[in-house]
Design a protein around this ligand. Structure first.
Ligand SMILES: [Zn+2]
Length: 94
């Protein structure tokens, strides 16, 4: 029977020990070990269209319809602040 391999990591930001089944070369674990993500800003299609059709006011909408994700592991670092289709989960900000 193959044994499940468990990996241990230490978060360099806060020293937390993390146990994960993901191998060290998994994108999420690479980000974890480096303590940072590769940020990539993406603009939503609606925002871009608004910027084109309602220039220059649409630029503001384009900026609202923006999300920052990690290029490497795909984690959402900053979601869209105001435009949320469905779901009513509150935002937890410190
Ligand atoms: Zn990442």
């Amino acid at each position: 029977m193959p044994q499940t391999r468990v990996y241990h990591y230490v978060n360099p930001n806060n020293g937390n020990h993390i146990t994960s089944l993901l191998p060290p070369d998994h994108p999420e674990m690479v980000c974890l070990q480096q303590g940072s993500h590769i940020e990539e800003t993406k603009f939503g299609l609606l925002g871009v269209l608004a910027a084109i059709f309602w220039f220059p006011i649409g630029i503001g909408l384009c900026l609202l319809d923006r999300s920052v994700t990690c290029k490497r592991c795909g984690a959402v670092i900053k979601g869209r602040p105001s435009i949320q289709l469905g779901g009513s989960n509150g935002r937890n900000e410190n």
